[in-house]
Write a protein that binds this ligand. Structure first.
Ligand code: ADP
Length: 299
């Protein structure tokens, strides 16, 4: 869907923020770009809608070079959500969401119906919120409007630059979950920049780990955790993340390697003391020397 071929971005001062990047974002996937500050995530994303035009190489969308589009045409077909929300303060919520459909010359009635549909989609009551101004909404509600606005003209692609990083942890988690649901339903191609590895693991179909203007590994969350291609990737994802993301964890990660057994004629006190001593929660009772136990004591 979106293909980078040897793409380099050199800023005016000669600094190469992105170095000969080649990778592909598949149609309908949510691809996360992650890496330390200054690794080139935002630059990579902003080259897609030409906010930061690339210096060399080729970026294509659906096989067509992005340079062959007029910039305004390209941007109208790519939704864009940023951290600072970017709503126009003097426009009502309705007007804010209606901007791109209006530019595209949609019918007034169609725009209104679309605004109502979008507000409902992002969990805001249209009757309550449509005529309000951005400052009358909480940060989380404003960010929902930001998402609704990015979806307004039904673009195939949505770029999200740290969209939730200014939100409190609870609102953030809620919006992450809602975006996952929305993505499953709408099947848009989403490029999502974050510096938060937990967010990346939760959201991404695939994750590109960037450092110094390059992608070190582009893989599924499972592969990144279990098969890091690079020491930096392992360090960045951190082994403990496996425990924090049990959905990404095979059961072998938490399986006890040996089981502790006792014999049927032993007293319960002995069994319990063994459980405490070995810091286990399950003690298996063995029938004889070879047969695996049929009973289990749990505390
Ligand atoms: P990230 O999003 O990963 O934090 P950026 O893509 O914003 O990184 O920036 C990558 C590198 O490019 C950084 O070292 C940054 O200082 C540099 N950079 C960004 N914008 C400019 C600019 N306009 N001029 C020169 N260097 C820039």
């Amino acid at each position: 869907m979106i293909k980078f071929a040897n793409v380099t971005k050199e800023y005016d001062d000669g600094f190469q923020a992105v170095k000969s990047l080649s990778f592909e974002i598949e149609k309908g996937e949510l691809l996360v770009l992650i890496g330390p500050s200054g690794s080139g995530k935002s630059t990579t994303m902003k080259m897609i809608n030409r906010i930061n035009p690339h210096s060399s190489g080729t970026i294509t969308i659906g096989g067509k070079d992005i340079k062959s589009y007029k910039v305004s045409e390209l941007r109208r077909n790519i939704g864009y959500v940023i951290q600072q929300i970017g709503l126009f303060p003097h426009y009502t919520i309705e007007k804010n969401i209606a901007i791109v459909p209006q530019l595209k010359g949609w019918d007034k009635e169609d725009i209104k119906a679309r605004v109502i549909e979008l507000l409902e989609m992002v969990g805001l009551d249209p009757e309550v919120h449509m005529n309000r101004y951005p400052k009358e909404l909480s940060g989380g509600q404003q960010q929902r409007v930001g998402i609704a606005r990015a979806l307004a003209s039904n673009p195939e692609i949505i770029l999200m630059d740290e969209p939730f990083s200014a939100l409190d942890p609870l609102t953030r988690e809620q919006l992450q979950a809602e975006l996952i649901t929305l993505h499953k339903k709408l099947k848009k191609t989403i490029v999502f920049v974050t510096h938060d590895i937990d967010e990346a693991l939760k959201m991404g179909d695939r994750i590109a780990i960037m450092k110094d203007g390059k992608i070190l590994q582009l893989d599924t969350p499972e592969k990144l955790l279990h098969d890091p291609a690079h020491g930096f990737v392992e360090e960045f994802t951190g082994k403990h993340r496996i425990i924090q993301n049990p959905n990404l964890m095979p059961v072998t990660e938490i399986m006890a390697e040996t089981i502790v057994t006792s014999l049927p004629h032993r007293s319960p006190e002995k069994a319990i003391s063994l459980i405490r001593q070995r810091k286990i929660t399950n003690l298996f009772i063995q029938d004889d020397e070879t047969k695996i136990a049929r009973y289990r004591i749990c505390i």
